[in-house]
Design a binder for this molecule. Structure first.
Ligand code: SAH
Ligand code: SF4
Ligand code: F3S
Length: 450
């Protein structure tokens, strides 16, 4: 009998990847992925702990799910509720206590045991199960090969965990220490994804460019070398990777941007702050000048490289002068897009107990000022493509009938009138207009016909 599985995913792309893997683990047991929580036999919330607001969402979501479970029980049915991901890892015991109707809680390194946990929860006489262990053997050794077939673009986790311990960040505690998967497994997984229809693969890691896995030749490979290997896969048209750390941009990675046309000219390289004093307080272990130099080297290798970044405003002790240094860095580098956040104290991190908290009003003002500047840069970047032609990988139907949406090399969303049969194709599009968050244009072949 088929059962319904509903997974709700929060947070970063690695959680998206993990959710796909969890669905694949449950498929042989008869679980089909459903589009909504209603009537599901198993609900998994795959959670994020990065900022306070992200973590709070879990508890508010659980309120609604409790009512669904009760309704189903009144009809004589059962519904298993699982909380996975980084909140589960950080606050597992608290979840079980605050939400006694939750059946399973497990962290990012334990989800390969999901079928076993579900079996135990189904057959056991009730009782909640908690697994937030960091098994010595990586979960990847226990996961079946990826099925593929999930779309034109796919994620592939090559590295997981973090040993950097930035003072504000929960990731080293929720994901555990750095681990790089062997290149042979990654080449195999990439081939499966391409065979299943993927044309673009984004390599994932909390510090993807800290990758140092076992190479096909027995030597240790860095990310640049891995990219070179994956670039040779027939049928794979585009490669991206995220998220990178400025300290780990090495010569092989810069060379990959110079030499490999399938490596897209877009890089998300979080800097957090433009102030050396704040960067030191954050334990980022690089200066603003080193960041600028890294960008210069990358742009020398790939002149059209578009950049994205993450910023935190209002880190404890951040002064007006520190914040001004961030604005200066943004003006000097120029970003095609970026994410910016108010500092959010996270339990268990060193910064959470720091003195000198920045008042909420100052955080709000600084965030607004930074976002205005970043939005201006994004708008200018998008506008600069009006009248130019971009190769777009079309991924799915657009908002309007008869329209498809895809991505430019620079990760801009691009809409064009095209039939659904063109999904998965890379088509040259002349850009006609630019919105802050997307472009629209006309396929060159149709232009020629007109
Ligand atoms: N590994 C990446 C970042 C992962 S978290 C890196 O090293 O850059 C994604 C982003 O969330 C971070 O870049 C940071 O800007 C933001 N972030 C992390 N912890 C935060 C906190 N406590 N408060 C506000 N923003 C935070
Ligand atoms: Fe968090 Fe820093 Fe590691 Fe990024 S490098 S995941 S910000 S600790
Ligand atoms: Fe969130 Fe965990 Fe990713 S805290 S950002 S889901 S690594």
């Amino acid at each position: 009998m088929t059962k319904r599985l509903f997974i709700k995913t929060y947070g970063c792309q690695m959680n998206v990847y993990d959710s796909v893997r969890m669905a694949e683990l449950m498929a042989p047991l008869g679980y089909e992925t459903a589009g909504s929580a209603e009537g599901a036999d198993l609900i998994i919330l795959n959670t994020c702990h990065i900022r306070e607001k992200a973590a709070e969402k879990v508890f508010s979501e659980l309120g609604g799910i409790r009512r669904l479970k009760e309704a189903r029980q009144r009809q004589g049915g059962e519904m298993l509720i699982a909380v996975a991901g980084c909140v589960a890892q950080a606050e597992g015991a608290e979840i079980l206590e605050r939400a006694p109707f939750v059946d399973l809680v497990f962290g990012p390194q334990a989800y390969h045991r999901l079928p076993d946990m579900v079996a135990r929860a189904t057959h056991a006489s009730g009782g909640q199960l908690l697994d937030t262990s960091f098994p010595p053997e990586p979960k990847f050794d226990h996961l079946p090969p990826v099925a593929g077939g999930t779309g034109v673009t796919a994620f592939l986790t090559v590295q997981e965990g973090c040993d950097k311990f930035c003072t504000f960040c929960v990731v080293p505690y929720t994901r555990g220490s750095e681990y790089s998967r062997p290149a042979a497994d990654l080449v195999d997984e990439a081939r499966r994804l391409v065979a299943g229809g993927a044309r673009e693969i984004t390599l994932l890691g909390q510090n993807v460019n800290a990758y140092h896995g076992l190479g096909l030749d027995g030597a240790e490979w860095r990310l640049g070398r891995l990219l070179r290997e994956l670039a040779a896969i027939i049928g794979l048209r585009r490669l991206r990777y995220t998220t990178s750390h400025p300290r780990d941009v090495d010569a092989t990675l810069i060379a990959a941007h110079r030499d490999l046309p399938v490596v897209m000219p877009f890089l998300h390289l979080p800097v957090q702050s433009g102030s050396d004093r704040v960067l030191a307080l954050m334990n980022r272990r690089h200066t603003a000048e080193q960041y600028r130099r890294t960008i210069d080297q990358l742009r020398e290798a790939r002149p059209d490289l578009a950049l994205s970044s993450d910023f935190i405003v209002g880190y404890p002790g951040e002064s007006d002068a520190d914040f001004a240094a961030t604005l200066t860095l943004v003006r000097e580098v120029g970003f095609a897009q970026a994410f910016s956040f108010k500092y959010s104290p996270r339990p268990g991190t060193p910064a959470a107990t720091a003195a000198d908290a920045v008042p909420e009003t100052a955080k709000t003002e600084r965030l607004a000022e930074l976002q205005a500047l970043l939005h201006d840069q994004q708008r200018a970047f998008n506008r600069s493509y009006i009248g130019r032609t971009l190769p777009v990988l079309f991924e799915k139907p657009g908002r309007h009938e008869g329209q498809l949406v895809g991505r430019s090399p620079y990760l801009q969303s691009v809409h064009a009138e095209l039939p659904a049969t063109r999904i998965g194709d890379i088509i040259d599009v002349t850009i006609a207009n630019a919105q802050p968050n997307s472009l629209a244009g006309v396929p060159v072949s149709e232009e020629a016909l007109a």
